[in-house]
Design a protein around this ligand. Sequence first.
Ligand code: DCS
Length: 481
Amino acid sequence: MALKALDYDSLNENVKKCQYAVRGELYLRASELQKEGKKIIFTNVGNPHALGQKPLTFPRQVVALCQAPFLLEDPNVGMVFPADAIARAKHYLSLTSGGLGAYSDSRGLPGVRKEVAEFIQRRDGYPSDPELIFLTDGASKGVMQILNCVIRGDGDGILVPVPQYPLYSATISLLGGTLVPYYLDESENWGLDVNNLRQSVAQARSQGISVRAMVIINPGNPTGQCLSEANLREILKFCYNEKLVLLGDEVYQQNIYQDERPFISSKKVLMDMGSPFSKEVQLVSFHTVSKGYWGECGQRGGYFEMTNIPPRVVEEIYKVASIALSPNVSAQIFMGLMVSPPKPGDISYDQFARESKGILESLRRRAKIMTDGFNSCKNVACNFTEGAMYSFPQIRLPAGALQAAKQAGKVPDVFYCLKLLEATGISTVPGSGFGQKEGVFHLRTTILPAEEEMPEIMDSFKKFNDEFMTQYDNNVGYSRM
Ligand code: DCS
């Protein structure tokens, strides 16, 4: 019988191939257990508000007023909202063509794009052009739009770090391109070795693949490392020599938990390098309101900035963005607020500074509690989370566990994470969902559970892990490091 278009056997094969582990088998099992009444600690997604983080007050006040403009007419509005929030709400409403219920330009509101450009200019010390900034529904949509423009078919390769956040592998599969992996070095705190990149490109080319773009995630997800300035220079030189567009995923730029390696944007390093690099290397950088100390994941706000992209291409990207009409307008206002928060002297400044500092300092402490906790466990080794929101410990699995996983028909790290979930309610993502070297196993957890719950979570992890290791250790050896 002829198949219908949406019968499984006739579906687009790229859709079936595409994998997204952050909401994969572990997440589904955790949701089932939760329905059965078990307490689940969802550390599989970097979703801070879902784990109890409170929204920052000022941006919610401004957006609340934008959503309910009749409140601005109320004579008592000043008793509930501070004057600077009222002024900002009026400012954003004046930038729209009909409030939050009207589509905006497909690139986003010009006034917000200007605020983003001013933020980039303050951050990097170089001019930024609002015409080259597009607002998007979260960084994800921006990444998908750009990959869509780059990938012409399976002969086109995209260099992606391994381990990586599966937005990249999944989108490349969906668009029918080829992922060209480059491995981060776990023994060098997940550093990036340019010689590795050269090998990856040479190998892909020998298979007839045209490598067109390179992705960096800085700070890294799931690996948590911050790239040094020297490393970024090498990467940009490499992109110059190989004519690659660099996709700089910088969504965790505010999430830094050490002082030795502050965040430096790819754009700043590129501009510092001067001509010919600063005039030639194509760069698209991404940012979001989902991360940082904002954690406004559900609002779906993001932007990308293009550098050295020809005007005709910018026009084409605009055309494609127009098919979706308009990014979320309330999310655009969150983005505007994120890039121009209250300043010293503003009525809301003290509260804003107190709230954001409180979140960041707590994340810094949690990063340490988690890394130290993992490193105190048998057969677990974990690099320090320098930035981002995740811990990515390596688990050395005893041969007995590898056998048991095989018998259960599971990948070994999936087997371990399922056992952890059943025993403790901690829902993690197996390292295989991000890619890892053959025969080496990890798991990813966020550092987001409430700080006061952290010691108990780490105790329960340690208890599970040590029992697991004793149960499966048959003295025949371990998975490799
Ligand atoms: N880039 C990276 C590196 C990310 O980690 C994420 C989200 C995104 C882009 C997309 O974010 P938005 O679309 O919300 O802007 N991180 C996912 C993760 O690993 N856990 O939670 C979400």
